[in-house]
Design a protein around this ligand. Structure first.
Ligand code: URA
Length: 264
């Protein structure tokens, strides 16, 4: 006999599917059925620590990128940009953002940096990390022996929050599925979360930066490291040496060697 769904659950499922379709996601896979455990045998589930974004995988696993997008990641990224359109999915569309800041760099990058949200310069130019923090990020990339165009740079959210306030949880939840698709297409070897907002959103862990950085995480099968946000390093340059340690950990993993310092 086919299973009968509670009408409320059915409506919630239909809404969720419509939401994913709107994001351009059409393939869903059911998780393998788990063995039924009698209630009295059930272990209490470990409670996640307070999370900025609760993982959304309780119902479905979002499909990985289709083969065609993996064969031509530049085209795959263009398709995501088209799906985003002139997005009005969250309040930021009506709060003064000039344009969507999608992401920039190599569609086949081994290394992907993820920041928080566009600021005024990024909103103006339509490219992430082009202001003062971006200049520092460029220097960090160069110090790793790479060029900006070798890596991919994106943010958790694609629109500038008014006054550069911290993105709200629902804004991150609405926008981050597009970032997940970008990651799925680029398939970087390493992700670097820049700052607490990116780290906490991706990892769903609420911990101070001092605890988050300096170690590897598994992000859906991709290695992820956390380091200080360049804007924070501009405010507290003494922390640059700590950030450099994080980047060296990443360089070691990617087999990168720092270029010799050019004479001043
Ligand atoms: N800060 C960010 O987190 N992202 C940008 O694109 C610029 C500044």
């Amino acid at each position: 006999m086919p299973p009968t769904f509670d009408p409320q659950l059915k409506r919630a499922l239909a809404d969720r599917i419509r939401y994913y379709n709107e994001l351009g996601i059409y393939d869903f896979y059911r998780r393998e059925a788990t063995i039924q455990i009698q209630p009295e045998e059930r272990e209490p589930l470990p409670r996640p620590k307070a999370a900025v974004v609760a993982p959304k995988e309780e119902l479905f696993e979002i499909s990985t990128a289709p083969q065609s997008a993996l064969a031509d990641p530049a085209q795959g990224l263009r398709a995501i940009r088209e799906d985003i359109g002139d997005c009005t999915r969250c309040r930021l569309a009506k709060q003064g953002r000039k344009q969507i800041v999608f992401g920039v760099g190599s569609p086949r990058a081994d290394l992907m940096f993820i920041g928080e949200a566009p600021g005024a310069d990024e909103d103006q130019q339509g490219e992430p990390f082009v202001g003062r923090a971006g200049q520092l990020l460029n220097n960090m990339i160069k110090a790793m022996g790479l060029r900006r165009e070798d890596v991919y740079i994106a943010n958790i959210i694609k629109c500038r929050p008014p006054g550069n306030r911290t993105p709200e949880r629902d804004e991150c939840e609405t926008c981050s599925p597009f970032l997940m698709r970008q990651i799925a297409i680029i398939q970087p070897k390493v992700l670097v979360a820049l700052g607490a907002v990116a780290a906490k959103t991706l990892l769903a862990i609420n911990a101070p930066m001092s605890e988050l950085r300096g170690k590897w995480y598994d992000f859906r099968g991709t290695k992820l490291a956390v380091t200080y946000h360049p804007a924070f390093l501009l405010r507290d340059p003494r922390q640059k040496k700590e950030a450099w340690k994080d980047l060296q950990m990443v360089m070691k993993d990617l087999g990168l060697v720092a270029p010799p310092k050019s004479p001043e």
